[in-house]
Design a protein around this ligand. Structure first.
Ligand SMILES: C[S@@+](CC[C@H](N)C(=O)[O-])C[C@H]1O[C@@H](n2cnc3c(N)ncnc32)[C@H](O)[C@@H]1O
Length: 238
């Protein structure tokens, strides 16, 4: 994990550091567990594909890619597992070219659910150069009837209000990568009864904080494992 030291972070971002410290002091940040430490529902552990992931990790020097080579397979696994155990649809916040969306759309179609995709595809924002929306539509084309595309920011209050009454079983948060946006996205999908995934937590301490803070407010267990790029929030205990 290549997080900067807490002192360097606090000097660089005093406002955010104070915001975080207050939440830690209030007990609003859940301790994260690795896959091995967590109390997983039966049948979930093999779906993390951790042994295979560790083998890929041995040859990966890039901190942004480390732990991510099997991420799409994991997300597909967890969306299907969530559909098998809970009612509701799938949501992906931040879809880019739809390389993950196409797997989730196929899983939605095959499990009788819908995939909601929320992304403004705004040129200049989070790597978008203007071509991604078309590529996204081409990628999901075979399952287009099972996908609701909301071309808006997930931070838009109307979009959050539209999402809240939709029953959800699975969520993947991968939109705007800031502390406040990621936290807002997690709380917007927090009613997803199955698995909630957040990308890029391994190397981004603001996203890790948002993930652990949201998990505590939702009363659920966060998993952050050094072998995976993304993090998870487990279903609430029965
Ligand atoms: C890292 S990419 C998503 C990658 C995708 N989930 C995948 O697995 O291939 C980030 C996406 O977030 C989107 N994004 C940026 N700001 C956003 C916002 N406010 N609301 C929703 N999505 C946003 C960008 O347009 C971009 O497509």
């Amino acid at each position: 994990m290549k997080h900067s030291s807490p002192i360097a972070y606090s000097l660089r971002h005093p406002g955010k550091a104070a915001w975080k410290l207050l939440r830690i002091l209030r007990g609003q940040v859940a301790p994260a567990h690795t896959v091995a430490q967590s109390k997983l529902p039966e049948g979930l552990e093999p779906l993390f594909l951790l042994n295979q992931q560790r083998q890929f990790n041995q040859n990966c020097e890039n901190m942004y890619l480390f732990g991510g080579s099997l991420q799409r397979e994991r997300l597909d696994n967890f969306a299907r597992w969530s559909a098998a155990h809970y009612p509701g649809d799938f949501v992906e916040i931040g879809a880019f070219r739809g390389e993950t969306s196409k797997l989730l759309a196929k899983a939605a179609a095959e499990t009788g659910r819908r995939l909601i995709v929320i992304d403004p595809w705004m040129t200049g924002s989070q790597d978008c150069d203007g071509t991604e929306h078309e590529q996204f539509l081409a990628n999901i084309a075979p399952w287009r009837d099972s996908v609701d595309v909301w071309r808006e920011s997930s931070l838009n209050a109307d979009i959050i209000a539209k999402l809240k009454p939709r029953p959800l079983c699975f969520a993947f948060v991968d939109g705007l990568h800031t502390l406040s946006a990621c936290f807002s996205d997690l709380m917007a999908v927090g009613h997803a009864k199955g698995i909630i995934a957040t990308d890029d937590v391994r190397y981004n301490q603001d996203l890790a904080f948002a993930h652990q803070h949201a998990a505590r407010l939702l009363g659920r267990e966060p998993i952050i494992d050094p072998d995976m790029r993304e993090a998870y929030i487990l279903p609430a205990k029965a």
